[in-house]
Design a protein around this ligand. Structure first.
Ligand code: ADP
Ligand code: MG
Length: 268
């Protein structure tokens, strides 16, 4: 079976539409209740790149875990392509801030993990893994171990792993937060290019306003904890965006508008 045939048979080829209604999440630990999310309503159309922007502790990661089906909400519903989410959503790919690669596996075997877990045909999965690694400049490193890679390279490998099973939803939780500024810019360009080539739905969590405006079709701004949606901004620039967009006055205008909202709401 070819890589293309595997993707056609094993997964939904396009992005998934997300609808979050009155979502609330209260954590209870040692008798103490923490309301992480309150009355969150959100709609993301299939194939859109959505950035979720908010201050630390406002419930961004909680929202992502809920959309992945890894937490059960205290109240509210999540629909994925109109279907209520009841358990773990297996068509999602997830990238966290730390790369969580397994140190005893090579880069290739790390990228192949979802295929191993889902028991996808090995030959097709290897072909897809190699194609993804080539697309992010890691073709020559497939037999290396994570400890032999830089932080940026490890995060690239994590991205390949998240994309291996052709997810219809890519969830990214501050994926470039631990990288140096230049590596981060290269990763942003890589992600933008990869996303534009197959239009998965992306939920990209960040606390970096410029990063959100650079990458996303829409930016959802959250309030401090308990998090709720303050405002949604449509980002009008054509995708994929050249790095030079950072110098465009319209880009700065949008960043300033969002920064002003943070100032108004007491975050800055
Ligand atoms: P963010 O990702 O925006 O920084 P989080 O979603 O991680 O915020 O956390 C929101 C709030 O919920 C924080 O006050 C955090 O301490 C709390 N919280 C998050 N996860 C848990 C958990 N598993 N148990 C208890 N409290 C949690
Ligand atoms: Mg977080």
């Amino acid at each position: 079976m070819t890589a293309a045939a595997m993707s056609a048979s094993a997964v939904t080829p396009r992005g998934v539409a997300i609808k979050v209604s009155d979502l609330r999440m209260v954590f209870e630990r040692e008798g103490r209740k923490v309301e992480a999310l309150s009355a969150t309503n959100l709609e993301i159309a299939a194939g859109r790149f959505c950035a979720i922007l908010g201050p630390s502790g406002c419930g961004k990661s909680t929202l992502m875990m809920l959309v992945a089906g890894l937490y059960r909400p205290t109240a509210g519903t999540i629909l994925l392509d109109g279907q209520p989410l009841t358990g773990c959503y297996t068509h999602a790919g997830i990238v966290f801030q730390s790369d969580v690669l397994l140190p005893w596996l090579t880069v290739l075997d790390n990228v192949l993990l979802p295929a191993t877990v889902k028991r996808l045909p090995r030959e097709a999965a290897v072909a897809r893994a190699r194609e993804l690694l080539a697309r992010v400049g890691l073709a020559a490193f497939e037999t290396h171990f994570p400890s032999e890679l830089s932080g940026g390279m490890r995060q690239r490998a994590s991205l390949c792993r998240a994309l291996l099973h052709e997810p219809s939803l890519l969830l990214m939780d501050e994926p470039f937060g631990a990288l140096d500024a230049l590596t981060r810019e290269r990763m942003q360009a890589d992600l933008s290019r990869l996303w534009a080539s197959d239009l998965k739905t992306v939920v990209f969590i960040t606390h970096d306003i410029e990063e959100a405006v650079l990458l996303a079709d829409e930016v959802i701004v959250m309030s401090p904890r308990p998090g709720r949606i303050l405002r949604r901004f449509e980002v009008p620039f054509a995708q994929p965006r050249p790095p030079a967009i950072r110098r465009d006055p319209a880009f700065h205008h949008m960043v300033d508008e969002i920064r002003a909202l943070f100032e108004e709401s007491g975050v800055l």
